[in-house]
Ligand binder design. Structure first.
Ligand code: TMP
Length: 212
């Protein structure tokens, strides 16, 4: 028996508007899994630690200006530079909980007016998530939450457009979770969904690529 194809980790992605609760829920989920002894790492995109990530970070802070297609490709490159490591982690049995992924890439850039298929193209061949947890919060509610920061994109009208594009990207790997429930209520739902997904991957579900 080729053990290398068995017992792989799961690729679990959080998506949602800015201020939808992704970052705190992903942190809570990762500590829960660690306590249960599940090998897991918390990842996020953009990964601001790389050189590409630093260019993205400067753009988001309005410290640099970039053409819309250029920044789109940088976000994509930032995922590509992590792909090999991502695959080896998954194959060695480590699950990854990732705060934002290709869906953010496509939804945010399409919301600026770029063609959706053009936006998807550079994402083709990245690893497909096993589960996408979409924290569903109406843009108005998200905007009320402690206010937006000063980063680019953190504006109500723009977030409304992003929400529309997210809804076009939904596929069967998505679970829509009501992000207006209590923190504990959301956490409970996520735990159930994730445990099931990790089981399926352990049983040898193949690793596939975007778009499914
Ligand atoms: P963050 O707040 O989760 O660090 O994300 C920073 C911003 O970048 C957020 O407004 C969403 C946006 N974004 C994109 O436009 N394209 C992408 O590919 C990703 C990952 C994020």
């Amino acid at each position: 028996v080729d053990r290398s194809s068995l017992s792989r980790g799961a690729l679990i992605v959080f998506e949602g508007l800015d201020r939808s609760g992704k970052t705190s829920q992903s942190a809570r989920l990762v500590s829960f899994l660690k306590e249960k002894g599940v090998p897991v790492e918390a990842w996020r995109f953009p990964d601001r630690s790389t050189r590409v990530g630093q260019m993205i970070s400067a753009y988001l802070a309005n410290e640099s200006q970039l053409d819309d297609r250029t920044i789109h490709l940088l976000f994509s490159a930032n995922r590509w530079e992590k792909r090999v490591q991502m695959e080896s982690k998954l194959r060695s049995g480590t699950s990854l909980v990732v705060d934002r992924y290709s869906y953010s890439g496509v939804a945010f850039s399409s919301a600026k007016g770029l063609d959706i298929d053009w936006c998807k193209a550079p994402e083709v061949g990245l690893i497909a998530p096993d589960l996408v947890l979409f924290l569903d919060v109406p843009p108005e509610r998200a905007a009320e939450r402690g206010g937006y920061g000063t980063e680019r994109y953190e504006q109500l009208e723009f977030q409304k457009k992003v929400a529309q594009y997210y809804s076009m990207l939904r596929d069967p790997t998505w679970e829509i979770v009501d992000g207006c429930l209590t923190v504990e209520g959301i956490e409970e739902k996520l735990r159930g969904l994730v445990s099931e997904c990790i089981d399926t991957c352990q049983k040898g579900k193949p690793v596939t690529n975007l778009w499914p």
